[in-house]
Design a protein around this ligand. Structure first.
Ligand code: ASP
Length: 599
């Protein structure tokens, strides 16, 4: 029995009703969170996106029919209540914004009924996520998700405000486009009009925003959906949102300046966190050497120490072997953890192996100056003393060492440092450590491809002082690229772009593009550069990630209204799905035998 809205007008959201309305008549609408019958009174908690409001049905006030109707209300019924706001007769509920008041109903309409939902609509749900995702429209009623999405909306609004004041123009770029390589696989969309041809969904607006600079728009921004068909990863989404920008006539410092002020404004207005400026900067090399990571969490120390020189020539084959192969030996000092039980240390060794280490050498400094160690027997007393001293090891400390190629050593110790910090509770959730990581390598060697790949993307400007090494030592060329990192998570990144045709062509050559292929794929960009292009640079934030950190969510899915799961499917709509034979025909497509059954 769904009643209509005829003649009804909502005066307030639930928690917009406040003590100031006491004595006034209000009309509120929402979902029944809970009904309690208490003798001659019926209490209902009414919920909308603003929160909860208590409604009281008392027969003399609401009438016999209204009272009977109130008795039939069940969870998730949608109702409209008109009534008078009063101070609560019973105990005040301090947990509620509306905890001191209640509405004494004089009218009730049931706008729609509800079946019993498959799980209770409540904060911090214990219901399994796959069930909640199947009924995402119900899951989205939960206050925690509603708060997250409201925050995302607010952050988007704040970004727009700031950008507008700074002279940025919001300009849309196409969704159906040619591929813009950011290192991931493209999502392809077959063309019906051009059978056999495909659009790619954008991995980012990269090329278009650069073209907008060529066209003189000077400062562009967009809250842009991006698509990347990457391998299954627990907390990745195939589509996600970037807050994307590009600026003309700028260099690194200009981009950093605007973005520091933007971050300060957005974090202050959104969550009341004050970011002191300037945000510290660290070169990529320093970040790797000190933290083993290009997105270091600087909320705690436990920095890496390079002990290669100290152990050079020692009797421990693992150390010696790594050095002989051009690698390094580095360690971290887990201060005060010397008494860690063997079992726990073994777990850390296993953890390290997960990051590519063949093993992990450890040394605990005992109180009496002796050592408990996996490798002490291979080294002399002097060598050990020198090593412990280099590590700043004191009695009671646990020293952990990795010996391998630099990349492995960094990965292992970088991850280990975080793991230990997590276990020891060293990560203060209320501390916000921002950091710029700059001077990334321009190129990265790919074992898989047997060639250099762009570390950021192929349009990133090399540092002037390194360009002469592009042929002799390409791996040593640094780029004008920067990432903004918050507590060990990359919030965003960008670079100054190449605006000289000759450098761009050289870059394609180094990346293994033939001239023909470069022109086939990016001819429009190279052509555009021939008609007067301003120096330009930009950056993009992962908006979902930013809001996730602001709201301290455990998963990116908690800030996306309709997310996909690990295998890129949507549990609610069952996307992706098969299509009719006729649709395939129109597209000139035919499925390979067995393709539909493949996992
Ligand atoms: N397009 C880049 C990315 O998605 C960001 C940028 O360079 O502006 O990472």
């Amino acid at each position: 029995m769904a009643e209509s809205m005829k003649g009804l007008h909502r005066t307030h959201r639930c928690t917009e009703v406040s003590n100031a309305e006491i004595g006034k008549v209000v009309t509120v609408m929402g979902w029944v969170q809970k009904r309690r019958n208490l003798g001659s009174l019926i209490f209902v908690d009414l919920r909308d996106r603003s929160g909860l409001l208590q409604v009281v049905f008392d027969e003399p006030k609401v009438g016999a029919e209204g009272f009977a109707k109130a008795g039939t209300l069940r969870n998730e019924f949608v109702v409209a209540v008109t009534g008078t706001v009063e101070r609560r007769s019973a105990a005040v509920n301090e947990n509620l914004k509306t905890g001191e008041i209640e509405v004494i109903a004089t009218g009730l309409r049931v706008l729609s009924e509800s079946e019993t939902p498959p799980f209770p609509i409540e904060e911090n749900s214990l219901t399994k996520e796959d069930v909640r995702l199947r009924y995402r429209y119900l899951d989205l009623r939960r206050p925690d998700l509603q708060r997250n999405l409201m925050m995302k909306s607010k952050v988007a609004m704040l970004l727009r405000n700031f950008m507008e004041k700074e002279g940025f123009l919001e300009i849309e770029t196409p969704m159906l486009t040619k591929s813009t390589p950011e290192g991931a696989r493209d999502y392809l969309v077959p063309s019906r009009v051009h059978p056999g041809s495909f659009y790619a969904l954008p991995q980012s607006p990269q090329l278009f925003k650069q073209l907008l600079m060529c066209s003189g728009y000077d400062r562009y921004f967009q809250i842009a959906r991006c698509f990347r068909d990457e391998d299954l990863r627990a907390d990745r989404q195939p589509e996600f949102t970037q807050a994307d920008m590009e600026l003309s006539f700028v260099d690194v410092d200009d981009v950093i300046d605007v973005n520091e002020r933007l971050l300060q404004y957005v974090f202050r207005e959104a969550i009341g966190v004050e970011i002191p400026l300037p945000i510290p900067r660290m070169s990529w090399q320093e970040a790797m050497d000190r933290y083993g990571s290009d997105k270091p969490d600087t909320r705690f120390g436990m920095e890496l120490v390079d002990v290669s020189e100290t152990v050079a020539g020692c009797g421990f084959g693992v150390f010696a072997g790594a050095l002989e192969n051009g690698g390094s030996v580095r360690g971290i000092n887990a201060v005060g953890q010397g008494a860690m039980p063997r079992k726990k240390i073994d777990k850390l060794v296993e953890f390290a192996k997960g990051y590519g280490a063949k093993g992990l050498a450890y040394l605990a400094v005992n109180g009496d100056g002796t050592y408990k160690s996996s490798f002490a027997k291979f080294m002399t007393e002097e060598e050990l003393r020198a090593l412990v001293e280099k590590m700043g090891g004191k009695p009671g400390d646990l020293l952990l060492f990795a010996a391998d190629r630099n990349k492995v050593v960094w990965d292992v110790l970088g991850a280990l440092r975080l793991e230990i910090a997590k276990e020891l509770g060293l990560l203060d959730p209320n501390q916000y450590n921002f950091l710029w990581v700059t001077e990334f390598p321009l190129l990265e060697w790919s074992e898989e491809e047997g060639r250099f790949m762009a570390m950021h993307h192929p349009f990133t400007m090399p540092m002037e002082e390194d360009w002469d090494k592009i042929d002799s030592d390409p791996g040593a060329v640094r780029a004008k690229a920067y990432d903004i990192v918050l507590n060990g998570t990359e919030l965003g990144g960008g670079s100054v772009r190449i605006h000289q045709n000759d450098i761009q062509e050289k870059m394609f050559e180094v990346l293994g593009f033939t001239k023909e292929r470069a022109h086939e794929q990016f001819g429009f960009l190279l052509d555009a550069f021939r008609y007067g292009v301003p120096p330009h640079a930009g950056l993009a934030y992962g908006l979902d990630r930013m809001v996730m950190l602001m709201m301290k969510c455990g998963s990116i899915r908690d800030v996306i209204a309709f997310p996909k799961v690990k295998d890129a499917s949507c549990l609610m709509t069952d996307a992706p799905g098969t299509v009719e034979e006729k649709q395939l025909e129109e597209l000139g497509l035919q499925l390979r035998e067995g393709a539909a059954d493949a996992p």
